[in-house]
Write a protein that binds this ligand. Structure first.
Ligand code: HPA
Length: 268
């Protein structure tokens, strides 16, 4: 496993002249940020040794190296979801490669269903903590580096959360804060499941992010995450939800999310 990670990192290093210290996963709500990257160098996932290849329509897969404003960054366009059939080692493989490449800070985004009754569709939620509800743990098995039993008391950097709130206030963008619960999908929740997740302490529910954040934190990478509330899992407000509606709500909130993330990356 470690050899594979090193082989992949060596391949990328051989292609990219200057390695950034900042990475970003262009999840839902950040897709348009790819267009803002200059001096671009793109490497399709299928050309990268040992990399999984994404399968979901609308999630094209490539690594993008370049600059966002003057900041050198590495972006993942397309992530690997557990519901697609990948095992957790595959879902988190790119994060392990990031560690090997010397990435120090990771920015992530996603779409989620709000379980907090104060939330509205289109809200942005700064992820302050998470609940890992996936059936498989990404660190199960041989410990490749770092602690066997990693601390998780601050998986999401408090400094970065503070910065994000400052930036949001400066820009006059309303932000919520809360706990993101990651679950396997691909079904959206039943009303009873949304209720259960609320009782468990979730403010929002989604199908990604948690595995990547666990692996990044274990690797000593600082993490910041934000979620777009695309539907509500709140009693009395639950409506039929589809992937299309999630995309529409996410696209509408995209400019706000992009503005905050861009400034965060700039100051990282
Ligand atoms: N549940 C799970 N994942 C999601 C949701 C949801 O309601 N909305 C967007 N991603």
């Amino acid at each position: 496993m470690l050899e594979k990670i090193q082989e992949t990192a060596a391949y990328i290093r051989g292609k990219v002249k200057e390695m950034p210290a900042t990475a970003i996963i262009l999840g839902t709500g950040l897709g348009s940020l790819a267009n803002e990257i200059t001096d671009k160098q793109e490497i399709p996932y299928e050309e990268i040794p040992n990399f999984p290849v994404s399968t979901v329509e609308g999630h094209s897969g490539k690594l993008i190296f370049g600059k966002l404003d003057e900041k050198k960054i590495m972006a993942m366009q397309g992530r690997f979801h557990y519901y697609e059939g990948y095992c957790m080692k595959e879902v988190t493989f790119p994060i392990r490669v990031m560690r090997e490449l010397g990435i120090r800070t990771l920015f992530v985004s996603n779409a989620s269903g709000g379980t907090n009754p104060e939330f509205e569709i289109g809200d942005l939620m700064i992820i302050t903590d998470h609940i890992n509800f996936f059936p498989e743990h990404p660190l199960r098995g041989k410990n490749l580096y770092g602690d066997r039993f990693p601390d998780m008391s601050e998986a999401y950097s408090r400094d970065l959360i503070t910065k994000a709130k400052e930036i949001a206030a400066e820009k006059g963008i309303k932000v919520q804060e809360g706990v993101y619960l990651g679950t396997q999908g691909p079904t959206f929740e039943t009303p009873a499941e949304y209720k259960m997740f609320r009782i468990l302490g979730a403010d929002a529910v989604g199908m990604s992010t948690v595995p990547e954040v666990i692996v990044a934190h274990h690797a000593g990478i600082e993490v910041f995450g934000m979620s777009i509330i695309t539907d509500l899992g709140v009693e009395g407000k639950i409506m039929e939800v589809s992937h299309e509606e999630v995309q529409i709500a996410a696209n509408a909130a995209q400019p706000k999310m992009t503005a905050i993330m861009r400034e965060m990356i700039n100051r990282a």
